[in-house]
Design a protein around this ligand. Structure first.
Ligand code: SF4
Ligand code: SF4
Length: 267
């Protein structure tokens, strides 16, 4: 099982669902890739047992450079430019290494800069992994890629960052199936459309879960069901919100059978 749980926008219940699935499945790796504000640990309460620093590898000039401009030419991210000397905009650098590789004078070398941490822990049979981006870092994709490459051991469930942009795209890369969590509101529908486009472009299988399905606009809920493969609906229940606020996830207790069916559908 290689599943990612995303949402076109924040606040739809993505983490509620991803943690509920992990609690039901139990023997899996849970990856919290919402690295700018990871919060799945509040619901899973893992016992933490490890921490690894994450470093961005940025270039620096180490010897005489001919100012040929090749490094700036090959940088896709405009993170290096050449005037009277070479300037590296470290916060824009993705650490791809192209500038170092293509420098004809071998004038650049890698400098490591700490940009976050990867924490690990466990809860019963579940392995818990959490990425935490350093405050003020502009780019989360390098940390997300690093965690997926080094920690995504099957079966896994990924809690993606909200939205449809780069961090989401990098989060779902190793997944075979993407669950998109939404709510029946005009905002929910618009953001869902964007997320579906991204997932389709990447050739991923996907399905939709409508959260707070009994709250909101019934016409939009019907439209979602007509247009997208809706796999599950979670009715609004005040007890879910109240328990969430206390750091508890009531979904496995209230909708265990539905969650097991959802897991069967996405495996
Ligand atoms: S590619 Fe190398 S030699 Fe050319 S400007 Fe960049 S650092 Fe200098
Ligand atoms: S490592 Fe990649 S992203 Fe960073 S400056 Fe060099 S080419 Fe640009």
């Amino acid at each position: 099982m290689r599943v990612a749980v995303g949402s076109g926008k924040g606040g739809t219940g993505k983490t509620l669902l991803s943690t509920a699935l992990a609690l039901v499945f139990e023997d899996c790796t849970f990856l919290d890739l919402d690295v700018e504000e990871p919060n799945a640990h509040f619901l899973l309460h893992p016992e933490m047992d490890g921490e690894e620093d994450f470093f961005m590898e940025v270039p620096r000039v180490i010897k005489q450079c001919s100012l040929c401009g090749k490094c700036a030419e090959v940088c896709e991210f405009n993170a290096i430019w050449v005037g009277k000397e070479v300037h590296v905009l470290e916060k824009l650098c993705h650490g791809c290494g192209s500038c170092i590789h293509f420098c004809p004078e071998a004038a650049l070398e890698v400098r490591k800069r700490k940009a976050g941490v990867v924490r690990s822990g466990k809860r019963g049979k579940m392995r818990f992994i959490q990425g935490v981006l350093t405050v003020s870092e502009a780019l989360s994709p390098p940390l997300i890629r690093y965690i997926n490459k080094n920690y995504a051991r099957e079966p896994f469930i990924i809690d993606c960052p909200p939205g449809n942009s780069c961090p989401f795209v990098h989060s779902i890369t190793p997944a075979d199936f993407v669950i998109l969590v939404t709510e029946p509101t005009p905002f929910g529908l618009e953001d869902l459309k964007g997320a579906v486009e991204v997932v389709k472009d990447l050739g991923k299988n996907f399905g939709v879960v409508i959260n707070r399905a009994t709250l909101g606009d019934e016409r939009i809920r019907q439209k979602m069901k007509e247009r997208f493969p809706v796999l599950m609906e979670i009715p609004f229940d005040r007890r879910i919100a109240e328990s969430y606020a206390k750091g508890e996830n009531l979904l496995p207790e209230m909708m265990g059978d539905e969650l097991r069916k959802l897991l069967e559908a996405v495996r």
